[in-house]
Design a protein around this ligand. Structure first.
Ligand SMILES: [Zn+2]
Ligand SMILES: [Zn+2]
Ligand SMILES: [Zn+2]
Ligand SMILES: [Zn+2]
Length: 259
C-alpha cells in the first residue's frame, strides 16, 4: 500500500510538472505555426509565404524563407539599334552596346545620313562658289555699309554677300512707277548674323517661286548697294546674280523683262 501511494504521488508530480512546464516557443514560419520545441504544442497559424512574382532573373520566391516556385522568366529581347543596346523589354537589362550610326557621307543631294536608321546630320554638301564669281565685286563688309549711303557715297557699289534668307515677299511699287510692278524683297542674314534688305526682282510677272525655292539655302549674292534703308533700318541691295551653294545653280533676275 505504501508503495502504491508512492507510485501515485510520483505520477501526480509528473502530471503536475508536465502541465506547468514553460513552453519554449519557436516563432511561426511560413509553413509552421508558433510551436513549442519541447512539447510540440502550437499556437496560431503558419504565416504563409510572402510571394514575390518571378522576374527575368529570379523565379517566383518567398521574400521570407526563400522558397521558390517555378523558374525565372526569359528576357524578352529587343534587338540593338543605332542608339540603343540590345535590351530586355521587361526588365530593361542591356546586353552589349548600341550599334552606332552607319554614316554615309553628305552629297550634294543629301546630308550625312545613317544607312541603317536614316538619321541625318548637318546639311547637304555645298558647292564651292565658282572661281571668279565675285571678281568684279567687293565683299559687303557690314560695318562699312550700315550707314546712310548719301553721306558715305557708297550707293551703287557692287558688292557680294554670303548668307541665307527664310522667305520672300512682294512689295507693290506700281504707284511709284506708274505701271503694274512688284519688287520681291527678302531679308538676308549674312555669316556674321547681320541683316541686309535684299530686293530681288522688279518684274511683276516673274514667279516668286524661283526665289522662294532658295529659302534656307546657302547663297552667294552679287548685288548693288542702294543705300541704308531708314524704313527697314538695314542696308539695302538689289540683286544682280545669286549663286546657290546647295544646288550649284546661278539665278539671274529678269530685269524689266516684260517692260
Ligand atoms: Zn511546451
Ligand atoms: Zn516563405
Ligand atoms: Zn529581362
Ligand atoms: Zn543610325
Amino acid at each position: 500500500m505504501k508503495r502504491y501511494l508512492c507510485f501515485m504521488i510520483m505520477i501526480f508530480v509528473l502530471i503536475l510538472a508536465g502541465c506547468s512546464h514553460e513552453h519554449q516557443w519557436a516563432d511561426a514560419t511560413c509553413v509552421e505555426p508558433k510551436t513549442c520545441i519541447e512539447c510540440g504544442e502550437t499556437e496560431g497559424e503558419a504565416l504563409g509565404h510572402q510571394w514575390v512574382e518571378a522576374t527575368c532573373t529570379e523565379a517566383k520566391h518567398c521574400s521570407r524563407c526563400g522558397e521558390t516556385e517555378g523558374v525565372p522568366l526569359e528576357h524578352d529581347w529587343e534587338e540593338a539599334t543605332c542608339t540603343e543596346a540590345k535590351h530586355c523589354r521587361i526588365c530593361g537589362y542591356a546586353d552589349g552596346d548600341p550599334l552606332g550610326h552607319d554614316w554615309a557621307d553628305a552629297t550634294h543631294e543629301a546630308p550625312k545620313t545613317c544607312k541603317r536608321c536614316g538619321e541625318t546630320e548637318g546639311t547637304v554638301l555645298l558647292y564651292d562658289v565658282p572661281a571668279g564669281f565675285t571678281k568684279e565685286y567687293e565683299f559687303g563688309e557690314f560695318s562699312k555699309f550700315n550707314s546712310n549711303a548719301s553721306e558715305n557715297g557708297l550707293g551703287g557699289t557692287m558688292i557680294w554677300l554670303n548668307g541665307s534668307y527664310e522667305n520672300v515677299s512682294t512689295l507693290d511699287i506700281s504707284a511709284d512707277l506708274g505701271r503694274k510692278m512688284n519688287a520681291f524683297i527678302s531679308v538676308l542674314t549674312d555669316q556674321e548674323g547681320n541683316q541686309w534688305l535684299v530686293q530681288i526682282d522688279l518684274d511683276y510677272y516673274t514667279s516668286i517661286e524661283k526665289y522662294s525655292n532658295l529659302c534656307g539655302h546657302s547663297l552667294c549674292i552679287l548685288c548693288e548697294y542702294q543705300g541704308f534703308s531708314g524704313v527697314y533700318e538695314m542696308p539695302a541691295v538689289i540683286v544682280e546674280k545669286i549663286y546657290d551653294m546647295n544646288t550649284g545653280n546661278i539665278i539671274e533676275p529678269e530685269w524689266y523683262a516684260s517692260m
